[in-house]
Write a protein that binds this ligand. Structure first.
Ligand code: ZN
Length: 324
């Protein structure tokens, strides 16, 4: 029988945060996000001999209006209401999936580092509550380079936060965001994203390794090309024994919207058609194979499964007691 632990509320982690920040030289430089007593912490389950822990990083808020390119506001509001979500503000969670393989302690993306929204950056406190320090992370695997996925790599002063980690990045994503031609042709609004990539990855120097989507990153973690959200957006299949987990990154934003309506296009999708095709293919596969999934913008506990539902799909959260 697998031992599974769920920790909800994480009031203890929230209360302990100021002490943790003081005692960690890297985190001491990060701003202290205001913890909320109701903030979920981490959720842990077994995958074969691996341990998977989802780490809640916080959320940002925006109005639902203008978030989806190709849906009527009334349809979006109806779907949100059916999921008990507010259209204004619409709350969009951030989360990181951590996998301990025995060989490696792996993070999939790194959260916001408390540098994007005042209601974010809690991943570090939740990781510590789960018994892991930034020094123990040996590998960081990136799905793509949007700021909410990479800002936790460095402090506000741009110091390295993970001193012992190798950084694995999808080759097409790296190529796009480090191409000076792309940066110079990009619309004004995208310029900060290019600068952010240079800033966050720069301090890691030669510890950055590019991988071709479709190849194995390390034993048990295979990458799957899923471009569209960004030019090199990549998802990951984690396998041990006969158990599999899809780390879906930004295949969907909130599943209540985009699993339910895979044809809806979030404003962040750079190539909406490609993003939709990959979203449909991955959701279909997750549902058919009954795979465990995590998604970066999924609601806590972040892990669960994908079920078919009408013309779309539905995220079924992992059970608190039994995990998945
Ligand atoms: Zn994202």
């Amino acid at each position: 029988m697998h031992r599974r632990t769920a920790m909800l509320g994480a009031a203890s982690a929230a209360l302990a945060l100021p002490t943790l920040l003081r005692s960690d030289p890297a985190l001491a430089q990060a701003p202290a996000p205001a913890p909320s007593p109701g903030t979920p912490g981490f959720f842990r389950f077994r995958l074969g001999s691996f341990t998977v822990t989802t780490l809640f990083d916080g959320f940002f808020q925006r109005p639902a209006a203008g978030f989806i390119r190709n849906a009527e506001a009334t349809d979006v509001e109806r779907v949100l209401r059916e999921s008990f979500l507010s259209p204004d503000p619409l709350r969009i969670p951030y989360s990181v999936t951590m996998v301990q393989t025995g060989q490696h302690t792996v993070l999939f993306d790194v959260g916001t580092g408390g540098q994007l929204a005042p209601t974010g950056g809690w991943m570090f406190a939740n990781m510590r509550a789960a018994g892991v320090t930034p020094e123990q992370v040996t590998l960081i695997v990136h799905s793509h380079f949007h700021a909410d996925h990479i800002s936790g790599l460095t402090t506000r002063e741009n110091q390295v936060v993970f001193p012992n980690a190798e950084i694995a990045v999808p080759e097409p994503e790296w190529r796009f965001w480090t191409d000076e031609g792309q940066a110079s042709r990009a619309p004004e609004a995208m310029r900060p994203a290019f600068a952010g990539v240079a800033r966050r990855f720069g301090p890691y120097g030669n510890r950055i390794r590019q991988f071709a989507p479709g190849t194995e990153v390390v034993a048990g973690i295979r990458s799957i090309a899923a471009h569209g959200h960004t030019p090199g957006h990549t998802v990951f299949e984690v396998t041990d024994g006969n158990q599999g987990l899809l780390v879906l990154g930004d295949t969907t934003n909130r599943p209540e919207l985009f699993a339910r309506n895979p044809g809806w296009h979030a404003i962040f999708d750079m190539d909406p058609q490609a993003a939709e095709a990959n979203r449909r293919a991955l959701l279909d596969r997750a549902a058919t194979d009954r795979l465990a999934v995590t998604g970066y913008h999924f609601p806590f506990p972040i892990a669960g499964r994908i079920a078919r539902d009408g013309q779309g799909y539905r995220f079924v959260a992992a059970d608190w007691i039994d995990g998945i």
